[in-house]
Design a protein around this ligand. Sequence first.
Ligand code: R1P
Ligand code: URA
Length: 290
Amino acid sequence: MKQIAPSELIINSRGAVYHLDVRPEELATTIITVGDPDRVALLSRHFDNIEFKRQHREFITHTGTINNKRLSVVSTGIGPDNIDIVINELDALVNIDFETRIIKEDLTSLQIMRLGTCGSLQKDIPVDSFVASTHGLGLDNLLNFYRHEHNDEEKLMLQSFMTQTQLNNSSQPYISGASASLLKNFVDGFHQGITVTCPGFYGPQGRVLRLGLSNPQLVDRLTDFSFGQHRISNFEMETSAIYGLGRLLGHHCLSLNAVVANRVVKEFSKDSAAAVNSLIEKVLGIVSTI
Ligand code: R1P
Ligand code: URA
């Protein structure tokens, strides 16, 4: 078995992985990722005990238990580039032996749930409601750096997406589904739909401040897209990267987001902090029982 070189898997003097600064024994196999570093403590304050806390850059990790379930909460910061770091390092922590630098023979499949905020692309998915993503559709290109394949349904969905959105010049989209075994626990109180992940908050999500857009119809076309029963519910900046990399590495992933903006009716939540807190309580209530 090939040893992974110190330049490829970087382990610091604490024996912890480079960006997250977490050692293998400090991570639980059920993980909630959040974009905002301040959100980590908002989750861990509900823990019965916290055994581990660490921060390096925007990556904060708290590990503890809730109802006897061991859970880690990890902040990712914003964007798919950070997700590349977080998912690869979480996977390395469980599936690469940090002593020998060799991939383990028995691989561990993590449960990784994103708890974030998003913009709704449908009139009937209002601000302050919650969305569970059936799919992550990436406009961010991250997965195109990895060998990956789409199944026949995904190929057809992407073809239809390209035709309907006319995105041809901006990106090569990719798509991956949620973990069905996780998604089935998040039905009551959640809208479901395809989540589009964008490589930015302004132009890539059709927001105009001072700059013109190359595809001014994008938001409307995303709203109008349909493929069989599927439609696009929302967009944000991490889900497709989590679903794409998570699937390639054999983890169970799910993205759950509070709607803070509705781009169809042009509203922003009057109390986005309350919406996030309510999502936290709902998700922890479910996660502690599965
Ligand atoms: C943009 O404001 C950020 O909010 C959303 C987007 O995905 C992006 O990260 O998620 P978080 O609230 O989890 O950061
Ligand atoms: N996060 C996003 O990425 N977009 C929104 O509109 C709201 C939150």
